[in-house]
Design a protein around this ligand. Structure first.
Ligand code: NAD
Length: 497
């Protein structure tokens, strides 16, 4: 059985303390055993990162950026290998696995420009002989805790920016698909990052709690489900750490009557069912405005959904593969059953889907609900599977209120030809990321990623300048180089007159 060790100080590390199993979602078979951390393992990683910090922080930003350039080239060189590894543990199809890696690399490209991002501010002559300047300095050892659904992109969101800024990093990836983060750490070393700059520890709550409790860790970046995000935020902050914690989502796509419905159907099918719906920026809820829009949309959607090809993740014709685990399959199918019990109309039922030759794989066929109501648990909660729910609205105002009042506020999309309506929607909707005729509005790397309400705890987004702010602290220097005598001693607070 393949063993997946931790990665500490540029070496595989296994203290044999605890372990977990890694499954192949296509077959349901155990394919590897992953080492699980105790507090001692986490401490070993933190010590390695702390040892590497002074040298790395003192390395000039251009040299740090060169490591990022080299890392990007190495990941591109190994793209096929990494995509296959990712797909074999996550279950997303190869093209989508490459997208996962590519979106992470875009943050690495941003990190290549870190010398520019770290330039401070300067005021010449703030007073007589006085200049004021500010600089951004790294925090020290920082940590990232990541979810299963983007095992390449989300670690790169975090360590890409943090390390370029001069921090050293301890990554605790999802225990469900832990191989790609280790591979990325190996490539960072090959790219020239000194040992200890990026360490990977695996595990579950025990590892996470050890990170939250470790006094040497200055900041924790988390992405995962909302209850855990809230826990990370509360405990991390109580322990004096800087914390950003991104949570779950329930993104709505509002369809106005003037939208190009053929395009909307194409966009929706990809955004709702791609990656088996396991994306925090998936569109699992569609809100057509007006009965005619809803009826037309449903009539056009259904044949497209019927045509979807579900297959193993290495099948080049498959549009999506299995979900990540047996437990997750049971959870999603449980929600489909609940939706029916709650009185929503189950137009297409994806439960019981079997792929010939892969009967033990975690496959779920595409499901569609219509006439979903806001008081239903299946509307209020995140399903995170290949399930699309139609919630009919009578008016623009009603459609705007739905995502605005939902507990989650990650992403939202509006489909329309009316620029004014789109503009008003974008301005008023109570959600962090908005797409206008864009179904998955994940911002480009030099902007920032982050939702509102229960989709994010803490006040700084991922990547872009928000990421740089999260992983640095500002120091402001006021310097006086007077000519001659500066006058008498003063007991009054200095002011600029
Ligand atoms: P998860 O919350 O189960 O796990 C995330 C991380 O937390 C993992 O590393 C896991 O090991 C750890 N963890 C799990 N249980 C824990 C516990 N009790 N205490 C401490 N740590 C624990 O999430 P997941 O299932 O891996 O990922 C899917 C979720 O992530 C979805 O809710 C999805 O919406 C969300 N997500 C959000 C974003 C975003 O940017 N907002 C992006 C991707 C995924």
């Amino acid at each position: 059985m393949r063993a997946i060790p931790h990665f500490i100080e540029a070496k595989p590390f296994n203290d044999g303390a605890r372990k977990g199993q890694v499954f192949n979602p296509n077959t349901g078979a155990v394919q590897a055993e992953v080492a699980f951390s105790t507090a001692k393992t986490v401490d070993a990683a933190v010590q390695a990162a702390a040892k590497a910090f002074p040298g790395w922080a003192a390395t000039n930003p251009q040299r740090r950026a060169r490591v990022m350039f080299a890392f990007k080239a190495l990941v591109e060189k190994h793209m096929d290998e990494i995509a296959h590894l990712l797909s074999s543990e996550h279950g997303k199809v190869i093209a989508d696995a490459k997208g996962d890696i590519q979106r992470g690399l875009e943050v690495i490209e941003f990190a290549c420009g870190v010398p520019h991002a770290l330039k401070g501010e300067y005021t010449e002559g703030a007073g007589p002989g006085i200049d004021v300047y500010s600089m951004r300095q790294p925090l020290g050892v920082v940590a990232g805790i990541t979810p299963f659904n983007f095992p390449a992109m989300i670690p790169m969101w975090m360590f890409g920016v943090a390390i370029a800024c001069g921090n050293t990093f301890v990554l605790k990836p999802s225990e469900k698909d832990p191989s790609v983060p280790v591979r990325l750490a190996e490539l960072m070393m090959e790219a020239g990052a000194p040992a200890g700059v990026l360490n990977v520890v695996h595990g579950d709550k025990e590892a996470v709690d050890a990170i939250l409790a470790h006094p040497e860790i200055k900041a924790v970046s988390f992405v995962g489900s909302s209850d855990i995000a809230n826990y990370i935020y509360q405990v991390g902050a109580a322990n004096g750490k800087r914390v950003q914690a991104m949570g779950g989502a329930k993104n709505h796509g509002v369809v106005l009557p003037d939208a190009d419905l053929d395009q909307v159907v194409k966009d929706l099918v990809g955004a709702a069912y791609g990656s088996a719906g396991e994306r925090c920026m998936a569109l699992p809820v569609v809100v057509p405005v007006g009965k005619k829009t809803a009826d037309d949309l449903r009539a056009r959607l259904l044949p497209e959904i019927e045509k979807l090809k579900v297959g193993i993740s290495t099948d080049p014709d498959a549009q999506y593969g299995p979900v990540v685990s047996a437990a997750h399959k049971a959870k999603v199918e449980g929600y489909i059953g609940l939706g029916k019990e709650e009185g929503a109309e189950l137009v297409r039922d994806g439960r019981g889907f079997k792929l010939q030759g892969y009967e033990d794989g975690y496959f779920i066929g595409p499901s569609l609900f219509d006439n979903v109501k806001t008081n239903m648990r299946t509307y209020q909660e995140e399903i995170f599977g290949p399930v699309l729910q139609i919630v009919r609205a009578e008016s623009f105002e009603e459609a705007l209120a739905l995502p605005s009042q939902h507990q989650y506020g990650n992403g939202v999309a509006i489909f329309t030809r009316n620029g004014r309506a789109a503009r008003e929607f974008a301005q008023r909707v109570n959600v962090g990321m908005v797409g206008i005729n864009v179904p998955i509005p994940v911002p480009v790397a030099y902007h920032t990623f982050g939702g509102w309400k229960r989709s994010a705890f803490g006040d700084t987004n991922q990547h872009g300048m928000e990421g740089v702010k999260f992983f640095t602290k500002v120091k402001t220097v006021t310097a006086r180089w007077p000519e001659g005598d500066v006058g008498d001693q003063s007991f009054v607070i200095p002011t600029m007159r």
